[in-house]
Design a protein around this ligand. Structure first.
Ligand code: NCD
Ligand code: ZN
Length: 468
């Protein structure tokens, strides 16, 4: 047997173990993991002294394409992913138009496939009664799951998220719980997971009005306007409705200790509830605001330090299964202004892996946990496990190679995103991805891109219900 490529002498990291081994690749698939001394190969990659992971998956990316490409586009977001050691992204549906029916799914898939530097899956958007009847065809078309932006009012014409609600806006108010129940019922029957942005818009709108009336402009007032209980209230409602509808609920970007507790409790009861948090909630707190300013305005907000600690505990106790970046760029000029007027969101796809490797270097998590959080778990939840998320024979040869001896400073100039707004500027990290392969093709070497846009649309092949 002649391999197309052998990745040799690396330490292979899976959620279960770390071991010295070689990986033999044929026709874009992993053929053998084992000792391949003496085997023939057309190409070799020497991974001696490095760690070899199943390619990392960022399940939470907003590439803004089509519709808001002045902020970001798929070329730049997937280049950013590749440079940061991410080999698959799951693309959020809040483009303009949103991915709300089969026609918009196919149109978007077509546009994005020509630009993708990494493989990608697409989320479908839940718009309550407006598209409930279209959810079955969206599932059929191949969405990985459904996203409900609970807590956001939407632009009436474009369905774009309204970041800073004002009474004069021409908006579509968030659906009520009854409408959400009906949507969850449909999704449950489709055997797809539904993910929620969890914030209670009614509470937040009131509290924001109070803070504005008092003339407050500091970060503490912003935090008071979006308290942790407003996240917990929505998570709690979501858990009850998901239980009633028999749907797998995934809570994205958990930012609070209360959120962790609710998910822990629901999972203890055996409910199919999973959770994601993001690097910004794990490495930043309100104390960083004076330094980072508007680049730290992200929904839900980065909170006080004790939430950060509870989120780390949530990872350790299994309440949180995945880490997504919530890559959500805006134009640099839009992010200048007071805390109430700038849009929420920042870049993250390129810094996701380095920040989690740094956490491993600091002993916050093990490298095996990084393999679970950033590869196996999202692959399982989103129905891709077997093709993605594993180094078992037969899987796509998506591989990220990591050097834990590299110490570097995160610099915005290195980001491939169109706008490089991010809250991690100047942070020092130990450990970095130094090479990435998608289906056996090397796409990145030392942070440089070395292939064209070879990414493909990936559709889920397994039902999450059996997998989570
Ligand atoms: C996201 C965006 O801009 O698309 N912004 C954010 O602050 N997280 C939307 C979202 O995920 O809520
Ligand atoms: Zn969100």
């Amino acid at each position: 047997m002649v391999f197309d490529l052998i990745i040799q002498n690396g330490s292979i990291v899976t959620p279960q173990s770390t071991s010295r081994n070689d990986i033999g690749i044929i026709a874009g698939k992993i053929a053998v993991v084992g000792n391949l001394d003496g085997s023939e190969a057309k190409e070799r990659y020497n991974a001696a002294g490095k760690y070899v992971f199943s390619g990392f998956i960022d399940e939470h990316v907003h590439s803004r394409d089509p519709g808001l490409t002045r902020k970001e586009d798929f070329t730049h977001s997937t280049m950013s992913a590749a440079a940061g050691g991410v080999t698959t992204i799951l693309e959020m549906p809040n483009s303009i138009p949103p991915v709300k029916d089969a026609a918009s799914f196919h149109a978007r898939a077509h546009v994005l496939e020509s630009k993708a530097y990494v493989d990608f899956g697409l989320w479908g958007m839940v718009l309550g009664d407006y598209n409930r009847k279209d959810l079955p065809e969206l599932a059929e078309a191949g969405v990985i799951g459904f996203k409900f932006f609970w807590g956001y009012a939407l632009d009436k014409k474009t369905f774009a998220l309204i970041y800073n609600f004002s009474a004069s806006d021409d908006v579509r108010m968030p659906p009520d719980e009854g409408e959400i129940y009906d949507a969850f019922q449909v999704i449950g029957q489709l055997h797809k997971p539904v993910a929620i942005h969890a914030e209670n818009s009614h509470v937040i709108t009131r509290l924001t009005i109070h803070e504005l009336a008092a003339g407050n402009v500091d970060y503490a007032s912003f935090l008071r306007s979006r308290p942790s209980y407003s996240e917990a209230m929505t998570i709690q409602s979501g858990i009850f409705l998901a239980k009633a509808a028999g749907v797998h609920l995934h809570i994205v970007h958990i930012s609070s200790g209360e959120g962790v507790e609710l998910i822990k409790e629901a999972r203890r009861k055996g409910l199919p509830i999973t959770g994601e948090t993001c690097p910004h909630y794990l490495v930043l707190s309100d104390e960083d605001y004076p330094r980072v300013t508007g680049n730290m305005k992200i929904y839900p907000p980065v909170r006080e330090k004790h939430h950060q600690n509870q989120l780390w505990e949530g990872i350790q106790c299994g309440a949180i299964q995945t880490i997504g970046s919530d890559h959500a760029p805006h134009e640099e000029k839009e992010k200048k202004g007071d805390i109430w007027s700038v849009p929420a969101g920042a870049c993250g796809v390129q810094t996701l892996v380095p920040l989690m490797l740094n956490a491993a270097a600091q002993g916050r998590v093990s490298l095996n946990q990084v393999a679970a959080l950033l590869s196996e778990n999202p692959a399982r939840i989103w129905g891709m496990y077997g093709q993605k998320g594993t180094l078992l024979a037969g899987a796509d040869a998506d591989i990220t190679i990591v050097d834990m001896n590299v110490n570097r400073t995160l610099r915005k100039e290195e980001l491939f995103s169109k706008n490089k707004i991010n809250p991690f500027e100047g942070m020092n990290v130990q450990g970095t991805p130094i090479a990435a392969f998608v289906r056996g093709i090397q796409i990145m070497e030392n942070g440089k891109l070395i292939s064209g846009p070879i990414g493909r649309l990936i559709k889920p092949s397994t039902s999450c219900q059996a997998q989570w």
